[in-house]
Design a protein around this ligand. Sequence first.
Ligand code: UDP
Ligand code: MG
Length: 332
Amino acid sequence: MSKIESRKITDNCLSIVVPCYNEEEMLPTTVDVLTGLIDEMISDGRVSERSFVLFVNDGSKDRTLPMLREFAKNRSHVCFVTLSANRGHQSALIAGLMEAKKYADMMISIDADLQDDVNVIPDMVDKYLNGADIVYGVRSGRKSDSFFKRTTAQMFYKLLALMGVKTVYNHADFRLMSRRAVEALSEYREKNLYIRGIIPQLGFITDEVSYERKARTAGESKYPFRKMLALALNGITSFSTKPLQMITSIGIIVLVTCFIAAVYAFVSYFTNDVERGWTSLILSIWFLGGVQLLSLGVIGEYIGKIYAEVKNRPLYFIEDSDMSSADGTDRD
Ligand code: UDP
Ligand code: MG
């Protein structure tokens, strides 16, 4: 049976996963919009009646949690989990996805402020039904961002590309994932999670929908510059050991400079009236500097290797197989 046929048999349960941190102003609208959308998609037969919105309360300090309890009790298709403390957006998102995959066949992650266009959600589901495992929501522009956020974000993506990290340009965390893609994600056991960097590594069949991102309508951004910078640094250091390799390059440059300086110092020694001791002093400084940087670089190479091993990332995922001819020979 092909994967797409099997999708016709499962009842296509959708879970929309929404991390929330102090979102009391936004929550009533978010519940209305998302449950309305689920109702629509149930009635046009896209998703099963079991589909639900899963709110993840990320240790909010306002009324988010009591409100979620009420909604879960009184409204259909509303579920929630609450974390014991504020763990940050990426951890809250993972918590939600891991919980949702126990029940759902596909999961869509979206922020509580609904800045991402919910109208493309049915398109995402259609792409899933056509066989995609991961459907990225990609912003067609960044008009709604402040000039500062726009330029810093673009600089960050360029820097990531320079460091050899694969990301989807203008995509944040608005995406659909099939259950097996989320299972694959769960194999990444690292603690410094930069989900946007991991997803493109998973492989599987991917697709995109594009949309216009709106400005926040209620509440304020929970991503101040400090958190954005931390996310950016995490993105680079979780995926690239290039900064370590740069030390080696600098060491080599310094040593080459040292040899040029040596020629200059020797010529000066014989032709000009230089201070006694200057030649040996200047050469030692350059030479030792170069050797030290190069040694640090070598240590860095090993640390890079240890880092990769410690993260213990999965080597592969099997996408499809036909083992019928091997029937009965499984020795396990
Ligand atoms: N969020 C979270 N934990 C945090 C910070 C933010 O769960 O520590 C949630 C927040 O409630 C929202 C999403 O992450 O649903 C994105 O946050 P926000 O909209 O403030 O970020 P921005 O759109 O400004 O980048
Ligand atoms: Mg937002």
